[in-house]
Design a protein around this ligand. Structure first.
Ligand code: HEC
Ligand code: HEC
Length: 505
């Protein structure tokens, strides 16, 4: 209301009362940069939705929270552009049961001292769940280390945060920073979209795999999530067996997890097509109608035309791009050869690359139901194999860190870079417009060393400038200062961000 219909790319909210979250104290009156965008004339932030469900108002988020932004110039929505400053850390950590997101951090519940809450474990014995307060504090602390624009989407018990990529997806396969989504409908895009709904948005869907993938008893896994559930309906009662309790309160009985999903023919095994063997699908719509619809929609997204430099400058840039061999990898109309480059070659921050290995070790050959099959599935639905030969085997193996334990990163497309600073998968390559200046000889020098890197820009509420950030990406000396600034920041160390590597000066 305070905006009086003006647009903003960063809704600032004063903290109402002193609060300590994850061992950090936020003082009353401190202004929190939420990074939420509000379009001109709107009363609601972009990517937040409300609806009525059984007489209750529910608030949720959509893809647009992270994958759309409001234009500074026009106040209008840019679908597909990254919300580069969305401050997910505090927004999630301030929730009362962030502990439920533990698998997206480095906090392992089996390493937390037991608390008072009793439950029945998978051996049928009465045991104690991890201490609720310690668990919540530890997960909050890990989540608070994620800088704006970054999020951990992989549930492999690592704090391996990655920058939100833009959604200019047409012909830019494989998808995800490590390139794990590369087969099936829309060349892997449908697989990636399903990973958002069927896997990441609902940690309860992987309860059956928690033992094999994370080495955590299924009952500890579910019990840790449910012991302090924010909704009383889902809160685990004292002495209950978590999986039995969950079956009683599950809003989608008969299928795994809370979200509406269908079991693929291989379930409980996953495949290259559906990593956990489940496909998100609303009953009443045929197989993958929504997922494929979203793929088709994202493939229409493109950045608005950019006020480019004069033609001579552009031609000089194109010549250097060729000469410096950038086009060896960034080739073709969308500036990608679709390959995955081993971590030891591209040498960027290594933590995120091997995140999907544990899933792949259990994979079965992929099948699907054809897209005309209704949901709920009829008895004995038809099944088709999903071809895997549209992507070279070597790229698939590397993406899942099977051929090389360190894995790799896919050659990122270079579409709309003017909207997407900071750069690289960890978002570590950043510089403010003022941070570098030309000296008399024309050489760029550091003018403000405290406005370099993620540490000196988004973490201080300063927007990275695309031109300066691209310059520090390709200038050896400037980049060394950027990496040093990031490495000196304890939060960035914890969330594995440094802006190193990709040394194609
Ligand atoms: C909380 C922020 C957030 C939300 C909400 C979100 N995403 Fe993402 N998205 C990310 C991040 C972070 C990645 C990078 C993940 C990685 O590879 O580590 C990503 C990656 C992607 C990619 C891969 C793009 C590429 O070029 O590789 C697609 C496609 C995508 N998301 C689609 C969606 C869709 C569709 C939705 C809504 C159903 C959605 N996302 C919701 C944060 C978000
Ligand atoms: C050997 C292959 C290879 C070469 C050569 C190469 N790149 Fe890249 N590029 C990549 C990969 C892989 C990534 C993603 C790495 C990551 O995020 O960890 C990337 C990322 C980028 C990004 C960041 C995109 C974003 O959205 O964050 C830019 C910009 C870029 N490259 C420009 C260049 C330029 C300019 C050159 C030449 C000077 C070049 N690249 C040479 C493989 C290459």
């Amino acid at each position: 209301m305070g905006l009086k219909e003006k647009a903003t790319t960063n809704l600032q909210v004063p903290i109402d009362q002193d609060v300590t979250v994850g061992k950090r104290t936020f003082k009353a009156g401190t202004v929190l940069n939420t990074g939420l965008d509000v379009p001109g004339g709107s009363l609601f932030p972009l990517g937040l939705i409300t609806h009525l469900d059984k007489g209750q108002v529910r608030v949720g988020i959509t893809c647009a929270l992270c994958h759309a932004t409001v234009s500074e110039e026009t106040g209008r929505i840019l679908e597909g552009a990254i919300n580069t400053d969305i401050n997910l850390g505090p927004l999630i950590a301030m929730a009362s049961n962030s502990a439920a997101l533990f698998r997206q951090t480095d906090v392992n519940p089996t390493k937390i001292p037991p608390g008072e809450h009793t439950f029945i474990n998978n051996k049928g014995e009465t045991a104690k769940l991890p201490n609720q307060k310690i668990m919540e504090d530890e997960v909050d602390a890990a989540i608070l280390s994620w800088p704006p624009g970054n999020f951990v989407s992989n549930g492999d018990l690592k704090n391996n945060s990655a920058q939100i990529p833009s959604s200019y997806t047409h012909e830019t396969f494989p998808y995800a920073w490590s390139g794990v989504a590369s087969i099936g409908w829309f060349h892997g895009l449908t697989t990636l979209n399903n990973a958002v709904f069927g896997l990441n948005a609902d940690p309860t869907t992987t309860a059956d795999a928690s033992e094999s993938v994370l080495g955590i008893d299924k009952e500890v896994y579910l019990g840790t999530m449910l012991q302090n559930a924010s909704s009383r309906e889902y809160r685990l009662p004292e002495g209950a067996k978590p999986s039995e309790f969950f079956d009683r309160v599950d809003p989608t009985p008969g299928e795994p997890g809370i979200n509406s999903v269908i079991k693929m023919p291989e379930y409980p095994k996953g495949t290259l097509f559906m990593q956990n063997g489940l496909m998100a699908n609303t009953p009443g719509l045929p197989v993958a109608a929504q997922l494929n619809g979203m793929s088709a929609f994202q493939n229409t997204l493109a950045p608005p035309p950019h006020e480019a430099a004069d033609i001579d400058t552009l031609q000089r840039g194109a010549t250097i791009f060729q000469k410096a061999n950038c086009a060896e990898c960034h080739s073709g109309r969308y500036f990608t050869n679709h390959k995955v480059i081993p971590v030891k070659e591209v040498a960027t921050q290594p933590k995120r690359a091997p995140a999907s290995r544990k899933f792949a070790e259990e994979f079965a050959p992929p099948d699907t139901y054809p897209p005309n099959v209704p949901v709920p599935l009829p008895p004995n639905p038809p099944v088709l194999p999903v071809p895997t030969d549209i992507t070279p085997q070597e790229d698939i193996k590397l993406a899942y860190a099977l051929s090389d334990p360190h894995g790799g990163y896919k050659v990122q497309n270079l579409i709309g870079l003017y909207l997407s600073a900071p750069y690289l998968h960890d978002g570590g390559v950043a510089a403010s417009a003022e941070s570098i200046k030309q000296d008399e000889s024309g050489r760029f020098m550091i003018a403000k060393s405290d406005e370099l890197g993620m540490a000196g820009t988004l973490m201080r509420g300063i927007a990275p400038d695309s031109e300066a950030s691209l310059r520090v990406l390709v200038d050896r000396n400037l980049r060394a200062a950027v990496v040093a600034a990031n490495q000196a920041n304890p939060d960035l160390q914890r969330s594995n961000i440094d802006g190193s590597g990709h040394e194609y000066w």
